[in-house]
Design a protein around this ligand. Structure first.
Ligand SMILES: [Zn+2]
Length: 130
């Protein structure tokens, strides 16, 4: 008996299995995590990372900009690439979350929101959370 084997439990039928699958092998339940893409200023990177971790613990797949802990010096050199990647994150997500701390929404975030609206994405705002 191997005690290191982690069992995955289906939230629908409760059956257990060893490998992570997105569909329950017993009842077919889709266990895919909802994808949230976070839009917001890099000046809120610390708060966004904390928020993302809280959502991850609740079972969401959270996509944020690639600013882990501090400002990345060469960020500006990758502007076009990063924008392309970020817009793809908006296309593939289920929910767009606007991190409008202090009701601040920058210009690029505004453009991203417009894009999300065009794609008819579900959009939520930090200011609406309690
Ligand atoms: Zn199941």
């Amino acid at each position: 008996m191997n005690n290191n084997i982690k069992l995955w439990t289906c939230p629908n039928c409760g059956c257990n299995y060893e490998e992570p699958t997105f569909r329950c092998i017993n009842c077919g339940f889709d266990k895919s995590y909802k994808v949230i893409t976070v839009l917001g200023s890099t000046k809120f990177r610390k708060e966004i990372n904390e928020w993302a971790w809280e959502k991850t613990k609740k079972g969401y797949l959270v996509l944020t900009a690639p600013f882990a802990k501090e400002e990345i010096p060469e960020l500006e050199n990758y502007r076009v690439l990063l924008e392309g990647i970020h817009y793809q994150k908006i296309r593939i997500c289920d929910i767009v979350f606007v991190f409008n701390k202090d009701l601040y929404i920058g210009e690029s975030t505004n453009q991203e929101i417009q894009y999300a609206i065009e794609l008819e994405k579900e959009i939520k705002y930090l200011s609406d959370e309690k």
